[in-house]
Design a protein around this ligand. Sequence first.
Ligand SMILES: [Cu+2]
Length: 272
Amino acid sequence: MNAFRALSQKETCNHQLIAVIAGCLLAILTSLPAQAHFGMVIPSSSQVNQKQPEVEVTFAFAHPFENKGMDLDWPQTVFVAGNNTKQDLKGIMLETFFLDHKAWKLSYKPTKPGLYWFVMEQAPYWEQAEDIFIVHYSKTIISAYGDDQGWDSPLGLKTEIVPLVRPYGNYAGNIFSGQVLVDNTPMAGIDVEVELYNQEKWIAPTDAHITQVVKTDENGNFSFACPLPGWWGFSALTDAEYSLKGKDGEEKKVELGAVIWVYFDPNPFLGN
Ligand SMILES: [Cu+2]
């Protein structure tokens, strides 16, 4: 009798365990629509003037169309570049939340006219679902007091998108073009993932619309017309030539992303 009861209790336990495991798997699978990851560098404005002399810049890691955040660890580097100077900004970063996840922010006041790139190299992010590490080099630009010179110059990052369209002062519907570089070499035939930071909470017609994809040509160039106003992120993905050791002790692939964020203003002539 006792033995029987013991056995049946054990069986109950096993069933509970199986139910818990099944529940976890379901949770993992349903959360899977693993849409694209984007390092995010989003300023409060892409232009600075007398009326609005300061910007707040947010650094985050997310699935921007779906408004899903991920925790962003303390980045490897964060700096501002432009006007022939480069200044480390990690000392003035404050922890914040972006889409309910750990992120970083800072305030910056350009002291003279010019173009200012804000750049973040994130610490390697372990993506369990894909069994890879992800490292994004993310950047955005602001123009201070109407300066217009030098937005088309590379910054010499490990990988980056060099704009071929001035990356501010654009309307929704305009085309954005850029060249993808890795170690200063144009990358032909690679995927550039495109997502809107979907603050309006648009519903995509299909899952395929969440992350749109465009390929680079033989010179590493791509073009994409942004149909809606807001911040658009472009992420050019390549495999690093190095690997990193995972928690299981195995060497894991590292995916590099060159990310640029560009703002497209509402087109006032179309009323969108
Ligand atoms: Cu993710």
